[in-house]
Design a protein around this ligand. Structure first.
Ligand SMILES: Cc1cc2nc3c(=O)[nH]c(=O)nc-3n(C[C@H](O)[C@H](O)[C@H](O)COP(=O)(O)OP(=O)(O)OC[C@H]3O[C@@H](n4cnc5c(N)ncnc54)[C@H](O)[C@@H]3O)c2cc1C
Ligand code: FES
Length: 1298
């Protein structure tokens, strides 16, 4: 948060530290998360306290950002509304939590008009009519407990709604906040001009307007740095040299704002937030018909970046950048706004932002010595009508795909168009006026024919070539036309032109999204007889929760050692080819560069990976874009990056294989194919049924895209060389054992010389399972070569290029059903895009295959898996590990059967559900098969049947908005696919003061593993949890630990800890017997005196039986399965492809939960991650294998705005798991597939639109359901104006579906 004095008043605003130049805060006060509260000092700020208490952090990496966003909001507005809070969180992302607990914590600061807290016990229940309160005779609050499930195996338990009770949190008292530093007030540094030299860049900060103009005359090529939100990106990624920059923000004259005769003058010193506030003020003060443009500026700014960017960014920066996808430039162009340009040489002039203003891609008429002084926003006349629209991949904080702005001057009597201005962003290399259409529409009557003509003209004028940069040529044109249609209807409605079709249609979606949060978490409370100190089964908060909120939690990059050097990779700019030579000359000339590393440094000649197929550095063959070719070592990270960018590569290029289709054609696979034949479970031979005898067969193919892990902490590693050739490796990784093995292999060392450790990881999700060697091996090589500690940290941009993603899949199926929809015979082929090496593709494929049945019994099933080798980064583990891909194809089949044969999809499901004891195609018998229970409970909790009817009615009554509601079940098998991985170790040390240190092989990455392990240890040792501690995970405490993956972290490590604790308790037993009235500390001391060992190593294994994937013979692969069902309701804007997730209900079977707070957090987080996977996260790769999606700018994960405001999670009651530690079930991965429920609900809405337009056939709807896919599936009179794509192969598309 930045604080400063403006007009004598102290103002605070949030800002992104990565965009804020340090000189830009000269004289201002900066508050970071460390400054507002501290665990060490036993003083948490109310924002921190509530967030931790509401279980609002998991890995904790995003948490300081959320805390500061909320803190900055409260400092300006101690009584925010829910809408204020939503706005305040724009731009903050969390990849773990699913946002619900964060919103719940922060909404507790919100007040209604009476000043009372918005979130209270009475209005948070999302169960609606099913709220337990309504079922209680006394109508008591649902925050209390309710008796359920008598006869429950663990004794009688209570069901409780509401995970966290914030009522005992400290009230927020603004008077207790930090004061503005008096010395800043006193000296007024902020109002002083200065110049500052640093790193070859001179920073000028004038305060007088004339000085600014003089500077610009003297230094015409100096860049102005207003908000730095554009320039920072250029500096970061293009390494441009800036000899001089001028910060104009302190020039008071640039902050002027006033009304002029025909418009509103806004100085460009204003931030976009200031501009927004001024626009809102004027909309309130001025006559309504004048303020159309201002109103739309305000509306557009809501969707422009996030609040932390808008707090610093300027309108001048936006105009000067001249981005073709700027959100404001179309508004300025359509409204005929002006800019005031000024220069010392030629003085001030006003220029219209019109077709002559933007000269080309990112070029304007502004001269080097000119500044943009102000923008003049027109006020409208009575007969002018204005509107603007934007569509992005994600609604909030995303750059536009297309923005449209429209101004029409209509004669009120004749409805003749006197003039019309139509402007678009995203339709050309510059913001574009549709000049020809505008000219031809002038003088025409505003009518139904006018619309048809306008759509035709716009289609002709705006048509994009099929391979247009940015891609989506058809969608972009559809959007441009749809926006015009929306404008047409809006104006017609305003004028009440009753002859116009669809006048009664309400086009705005999401109107029913509740203002606040209606969320319920239903779980079973522990038995009343459980001792108070026994934490097991209780919803205790994450053991690092408080530290996450204060920034005191330590991650890999927080660890600093003396004389540490930094490494940056030189990456391949092509996907396939041969490296001829590398020239380091320019890089080595930079001061501070100490050397380089390349393939010649790998003297063992070893390669990385389980299959030793991944070169550390390219030797000759380049196999993917982003492949490490060499590395530069330098004294700091930025210098190393810059030097790496100067390395010259000489290579020859070859045609890459990028897609599954291309790999199939070239027979390019990473390994031989796998098979499963269900008939082998009963016979010795594969039963091949005669398909011609079936009457009802569906056959199809569906694609499912990959997914970037987007852990908030990118991959990091620090290697410290020690005596005796030892290496200490601190790494942000899920499998330190693999890191140790790979470093030992590639450096030719013994494993015992390498200590690998991790304290916590800022999110992993599988992306840090097999990838650690990519960092650790080069860093270890460099540490040895240069004899110094080495740090390597990936920029997001590089992390997304170097490491793989969730595997994209194509799923081919042929399914025979009987007349009732019962599944008879299945032929299913899963094809994965594995990338350039094997990595974990075999395991991923096997899991896809053993989940291809999802929750359904197939009389006969033959399943094949083919792993395609392509020139992409090696695709890898991702939460679900192929399971979601396998199940997705199955659920598509269910839809295909239902739609082809006119059956009810829910009935098909129920008819085919597995029953207790059924055998899967891969030979596992399902015990305690709870799929039907979760289904029925979810159906009832969500009020599905009633709401389905309401959705049907809604769809009958709305033409362009459609809703869909859907139920999706899931089953997930628990255990690693490889036998030896299903083991874990632990070390429990008891000290003479009675304190206990537990070490185990699992890594804490936000999933709450350490918290659960502490609960287990406390239960086993019968001591309070506070007596037990975990330092970190390290290979010198527990050797040979499996990756923390496959959801079995607490199952396996819990067993190992339990085993170690059992040994300790057995040794203490005689002392307890001797001193029954004694306490833990007495027994420990007595054992010590008697020379009894107080440490034990434990070991645990979980069930595994290998399936023979080469011959297709099944086995009892997993110990157990986890079941769940979700219900989602969505609303879709069929004209734009936008959607809102209105409500989600989930029932999940977690057995007897070890910690309901953590389990529910995992369910919500996995659901939202799955929701992102299936609806908005789209990896974009060019046909030549160049990866385009390499950062948050173009890869969109769900934001807080996307999380459903009606979000209920219920843990299935009366489920106990004899195969799990303390009867619990694993939870990390199983709920992820439930995110597909939103996809299918969207598909239902799209289908309703298609049926309305006369198309009721089954349609292949691939995942993710991006706005583009939704809109293009919603074929209608608008899309009929969009020309078809030319024949495949006749053009090069911008991106390709891999
Ligand atoms: C996370 C993020 C999200 C974004 N989202 C959006 C979005 O949704 N929509 C959108 O349109 N843009 C978006 N942007 C782009 C950017 O924020 C805007 O273009 C912003 O308005 C730039 O303003 P600035 O003050 O930060 O520019 P700066 O980075 O300070 O400057 C950009 C350019 O403008 C020039 N300049 C600055 N001030 C002046 C002046 N007074 N006179 C002449 N030239 C000047 C500079 O020399 C420089 O070349 C986003 C950027 C980020 C980082
Ligand atoms: S807790 Fe938010 S990213 Fe991990």
């Amino acid at each position: 948060m930045v604080s400063h004095i403006e007009n004598g008043e102290i103002k605070h605003f949030s800002a992104n530290s990565c965009l804020m130049p340090i000189c830009g805060v000269f004289g201002k006060a900066v508050t970071t998360v460390e400054g507002i509260g501290s665990v060490a000092k036993n003083r948490l700020h109310p924002v921190q306290e509530r967030l931790a208490k509401a279980h609002g952090s998991q890995c904790g990496f995003c948490t300081p950002g959320f805390v500061m966003a909320m803190y900055a909001l409260l400092r300006n507005n101690p009584n925010p509304t829910v809408a204020d809070i939503n706005l305040g969180l724009q731009g903050n992302l969390c990849r773990c939590t699913g946002y619900r607990p964060i919103l719940e914590a922060f909404y507790s600061f919100a007040v209604d008009e009476n000043g009372t807290l918005k979130v209270s016990e009475d209005n948070t229940c999302g169960m609606g009519e099913n709220c337990c309160k309504n079922k209680k005779s006394n109508g008591a609050s649902c925050g209390g407990s309710e008796d359920v499930t008598p006869g429950y195996t663990g004794g009688e338990r209570k069901r409780k709604i509401q995970l966290s009770d914030l009522s005992d949190c400290k009230p927020y008292d603004p008077t207790q906040e930090l004061i503005f530093p008096p010395e800043l007030k006193l000296h007024g540094y902020e109002t002083m001009s200065f110049a500052y030299d640093h790193h070859h860049t001179k920073w000028y900060q004038p305060v007088e307007y004339d000085d600014l103009l003089s500077l610009k005359r003297e230094l015409p090529h100096a860049r102005l740095i207003s908000g730095n939100s554009e320039l920072a990106i250029e500096l970061k990624f293009r390494f441009i040299d800036l000899p001089a920059v001028i910060n104009p923000r302190q020039v008071r004259k640039l902050h002027e704002r006033h009304l002029e005769e025909n418009g509103v003058y806004m100085g460009t010193g204003m931030s976009l937030t200031d501009m927004d506030n001024y626009a809102v003020q004027l909309v309130k003060e001025l006559p309504k018909d004048q303020t159309g443009v201002l109103k739309h500026v305000h509306e557009m700014l809501h969707w422009f970046a996030g609040i932390h960017v808008r707090n610093v960014a300027s309108v001048a920066g936006n105009i000067a950048t001249a981005s073709p996808i700027s959100d404001l430039n179309p508004i300025w162009m359509a409204s005929n706004a002006q800019v005031v340009l000024d220069s010392e040489a030629r003085g001030e002039k006003k220029v219209h932002i019109d077709e002559k203003f933007f000269l080309g891609y990112r070029k304007t008429v502004i001269q080097p010595d000119e500044i943009i002084k102000a923008v003049i926003v027109p006020l409208l006349t009575k007969n002018e009508h204005f509107a603007a629209y934007k569509q992005a991949q994600r609604r909030e904080d995303d750059i536009a795909i297309v923005t449209g702005a429209f101004l029409v001057d209509l004669d009120p009597e004749s409805s003749i168009v006197k003039s019309i201005r139509i402007s678009y962003g995203g339709m050309a290399p510059t913001t574009k006026l549709a000049l020809s259409t505008m000219e031809k529409l002038k003088g025409l009557k505003w009518s139904q024919e006018f619309l048809d003509k306008a759509l035709g003209l716009l289609s002709d004028e705006l048509k994009l070539p099929a391979g247009v940069p940015g891609g989506m040529s058809q969608y972009r044109l559809s959007l441009a036309l749809s926006f015009f249609f929306k404008f047409f209807l809006e104006v017609s409605k305003k004028l009440n032109l009753t002859e116009i079709q669809y006048l009664e249609e309400d086009m705005k979606i999401g109107q029913d999204v509740p203002e606040t949060l209606y969320a319920t978490q239903l779980y079973q409370e522990v038995n009343a007889n459980q001792p108070a100190h026994d934490p097991l089964g209780r919803p205790i908060k994450h053991v690092s929760g408080d530290k996450h909120t204060t920034g005191e939690a330590v991650y890999c990059d927080d660890i600093n050692v003396a004389d540490c050097q930094h490494i940056a990779f030189v990456l391949s700019p092509i996907a396939h080819g041969t490296l001829n030579s590398i020239d380091y000359t320019a890089a080595l000339e930079l001061d501070g560069v100490i050397g380089y590393l390349d393939a010649s440094d790998v003297t063992t000649g070893a390669q990385m990976g389980h299959h030793s197929d991944t070169p550390v550095f390219v030797k000759d063959k380049i196999t993917f874009h982003g492949q490490p070719i060499a590395a530069i070592v330098a004294t700091d990270h930025e210098l190393a990056r810059k030097a790496a960018s100067l390395v010259k590569l000489d290579y020859s290029q070859e045609k890459p294989i990028v897609t599954i289709k291309q790999a199939l054609a070239a027979e390019s696979f990473v390994f031989k194919h796998f098979v499963i034949h269900s008939s082998l479970n009963d016979n010795e031979t594969v039963v091949k049924n005669d398909w011609s005898k079936y009457d009802r067969v569906v056959e199809g193919e569906i694609d499912m895209g990959g997914q970037e892990h987007f852990y908030l902490e990118t991959q990091q590693c620090l290697v410290i060389p020690h005596e005796d050739d030892e290496l200490e490796i601190i790494i942000s990784n899920q499998c330190i054992n693999d890191v140790q093995i790979e470093v030992a292999k590639c450096l030719g060392m013994a494993q015992h010389k390498i200590q690998t450790k991790v304290k916590r990881i800022g999110g992993g999700f599988g992306g840090k399972e097999s990838t650690g060697a990519i960092l650790a091996v080069p860093a270890s090589l460099a540490a040895k070569k240069f004899g110094k500690p080495m740090k390597i940290k990936f920029e997001r941009f590089d992390d997304m290029a170097i490491t793989g993603t969730r595997h994209p899949f194509t799923l081919q199926y042929k399914l025979a059903v009987d007349e009732n929809g019962k599944f008879i015979d299945l032929d299913y082929t899963a094809l994965s895009n594995s990338g350039h090496t094997i990595d974990l593709s075999m395991g991923v494929m096997q899991r896809a295959m053993v989940h291809a049945d999802n929750v359904y019994k197939f009389a006969n099933a033959d399943i094949t898996g083919k792993m395609c080798k392509t020139n992409l980064a090696s695709n890898t583990a991702f939460r679900g590990f192929g399971g979601p891909q396998g199940m997705f194809g199955t659920e598509i089949m269910v839809k295909h059967v239902a739609e082809q044969f006119g059956l009810d999809h829910d009935e098909i499901r129920v008819k085919n559900f597995y029953q207790e004891g059924d055998c899967t195609p891969f030979g596992m018998h399902l015990n305690q098969c709870n799929v039907a229970r979760t289904w029925e409970e979810c159906r009832a909790n969500s009020d599905y049947d009633k709401r389905l009817e309401q959705v049907r009615k809604f769809n009958e009554n709305n033409k362009f908005r459609k809703r869909g509601i859907y139920l999706t079940p899931t089953r997930f098998g628990i255990g690693f696919g490889l036998k030896q991985l299903n083991q874990a170790g632990a070390l429990v040390l008891v000290y003479t003061d009675g304190s206990v240190l537990v070490s185990h092989g699992g890594m804490e990455m936000g999933q709450g593993l350490h918290t659960k392990i502490l609960q287990i240890a406390a239960r086993c040792l019968e001591i309070p949890i506070e007596r037990v501690h975990i330092h970190d995970t390290s290979t010198d405490k527990v050797p040979n630990a499996s990756a923390t993956a496959a959801s079995v972290g607490s199952d396996m490590n819990g067993l190992a800890v339990q085993d170690a604790c059992r040994q300790i308790m057995e040794r203490l037993a005689p002392f307890k017997k001797l001193n029954p009235d004694g306490k833990w500390d007495d027994w420990v001391k007595a054992a010590y005196v008697e020379r009894v060992s107080l440490s034990a190593s434990g070991f645990g294994i979980i069930h595994h039986e290998p399936v023979d994937f080469f011959n297709g013979k099944g086995a009892e692969l997993f110990g157990y399965s986890v079941y769940g069902t979700a219900c989602c309701e969505v609303e879709v804007d069929c004209l734009t492809g936008d959607h809102h997730l209105l409500r989600t209900d989930i029932v999940m079977d977690v057995g007897e939960s070890l910690n309901p707070a953590i389990d529910i957090g995992q369910i919500e987080g996995a659901f939202i991650q799955g929701y992102g996977l299936f609806t908005m996260e789209e990896i974009k790769i060019r046909p030549d294998g160049i990866r385009l999606t390499r950062g948050p700018g173009n890869y969109k994960i769900p934001s807080a705005d996307d999380a459903p405001r009606h979000f209920n999670v219920s843990l299935l009651g009366n489920s106990s798991n004899k195969m799990g530690i303390f009867s619990s079930k694993a939870i990390g991965e199983p709920p992820l597939f439930l995110g597909s429920c939103a996809f299918f609900a969207i598909r239902e809405a799209v289908r309703a639109y298609r049926i309305q337009n006369g198309n009721s056939d089954y349609f292949a709807f691939h995942s993710p359901s991006t706005p583009e896919r939704i809109r293009m599936a919603c074929e209608d009179f608008v899309t009929s104006h969009v020309p078809p794509l030319p024949e495949e192969g006749s053009y090069t598309p911008w991106t390709t579906s891999v």
